[in-house]
Design a protein around this ligand. Structure first.
Ligand code: FEO
Length: 394
């Protein structure tokens, strides 16, 4: 069902209640694909939805206006969750112009192979009058694709921000003041950690520019999840903190275990961290999804990764996690490795090498234990935990 955001501005997106996987990200609460319709002398549609949701999307638009009355379509971001329905939409609406960034045009052609669409390329700072309203475009390259841009409805103070400030969060409430606040911020943090983290430098710069320009938004309308209308500054300030990768006295212990020996070491390390009064979590990769772990790592000072040695290497879950972590390029994170082994015992060295390749500085020599930890080994694990704890507090 279409919903009013402000006078003449409507949400016409769709809710994907059952999505549970998005490129390796566990979307435990589903998601939404947001699209916005603005009624003025020119009628403008911002972004579309995933292709399979086209019928319900069209229905939502029809609740507000005959789709044929749409004059302009703005593509803020080409990724298929926002452009999948575009070919069908173009066929029905036949807009005067299809507005996008320079890279947007390039990407649209490479996705849909339609050179004949009425592209109108806009760049940062370009403005377009649509009647009472002005749209100002701001390219946000690599946030998170080269084509990405924001559209600001200047007179309304509404920022249509494509993926940025979004959440994979399917809810009946479409606005920030209509949903559980803790869950909203959990989902916003998870989204940042798993999607925007590698581009944190650009996010910091963007937030700085927004603050320097004294821009205040009445509404921030992202392409996923709820719309920020009660407190848009809350998500801006959160992005400022997350992009600075401000870290707390917190340690995440990530591991998998074969016969519980590596798990026993994790428990011993946990005791050592407790001795030092340091907040920490134990996250067994068998039961915790990589995207949940990354969310916890976003504000942790250190990560301890444990794996037994299997076939001279790691358990597959640990390899999967390290590959995912590497792509997200966290900054300022410290780490160490631990694990049990039977005869060859390579796992700790492999983890250390991988952590270093991610840019994670090792803060302790790794902890290796042969087969099942003895009482002495458990004392060593506890001391290892204390050492990490002291480092984190320093
Ligand atoms: Fe929601 Fe980058 O697409």
């Amino acid at each position: 069902m279409a919903l009013k955001v402000k006078e003449g501005i409507y949400w016409v997106g769709v809710i994907d209640w059952n999505l549970r996987e998005f490129h390796g990200y566990l979307t435990d609460k589903g998601t939404t694909y947001n699209s916005y319709l603005v009624l003025d002398e020119k009628v403008v549609l911002f972004d579309t939805v995933k292709s399979e949701f086209f019928p319900i999307f069209l229905d939502n638009i029809k609740e507000i206006i005959d789709p044929k009355e749409i004059d302009l379509i703005v593509v803020n971001h080409v990724e298929m969750d926002h452009s999948g329905a575009l070919p069908k939409v173009m066929e029905i609406i036949k807009p005067e112009k299809l507005i996008c960034s320079p890279k947007g045009k390039e990407h649209l052609i490479k996705h849909f192979h339609r050179e004949d669409w009425p592209y109108e390329v806009v760049k940062s700072g370009d403005q377009l009058s649509i009647g009472k309203r002005t749209i100002k475009f701001l390219e946000t390259r690599m946030l998170h694709w080269p084509d990405s841009m924001f559209s600001l409805l200047v007179e309304d103070g509404v920022l249509i921000s494509q993926d940025a400030f979004g959440q994979h969060y399917a809810t009946y409430g479409r606005f920030d003041d209509e949903v559980d606040q803790a869950e909203l911020m959990r989902q916003a943090k998870k989204y940042y950690a798993n999607i925007l983290l590698p581009y944190s430098g650009l996010v910091s710069k963007l937030v700085e520019e927004v603050e320097k320009a004294g821009l205040k938004f009445e509404v921030i309308a992202p392409d996923h999840g709820v719309i920020w209308r009660k407190d848009p500054d809350k998500i801006i300030q959160s992005y400022k903190k997350w992009s600075a990768q401000q870290r707390e006295e917190k340690v995440v212990i990530v591991y998998d275990t074969m016969w519980h020996s590596t798990e026993l070491l994790a428990q011993g390390i946990s005791k050592g961290l407790e001795d030092e009064g340091v907040d920490h979590l134990l996250m067994n990769l068998h039961f915790n999804h990589r995207s949940e772990i990354i969310t916890e790592i976003l504000d942790a000072k250190a990560i301890l990764v444990g794996s037994p040695t299997m076939n001279n290497y790691l358990l597959p879950t640990v390899g999967d996690f390290l590959a995912y972590l590497k792509g997200l390029k966290p900054k300022g994170l410290k780490g160490a490795a631990f694990g049990s082994y039977g005869w060859s015992g390579e796992s700790v060295k492999v983890i250390e090498k991988e952590l270093e390749s991610v840019g994670i500085e090792l803060i302790s020599e790794g902890l290796r234990v042969n087969f099942v930890p003895s009482e002495e080994d458990m004392k060593k694990a506890r001391e290892f935990g204390r050492k990490i704890g002291r480092y984190v507090k320093s």
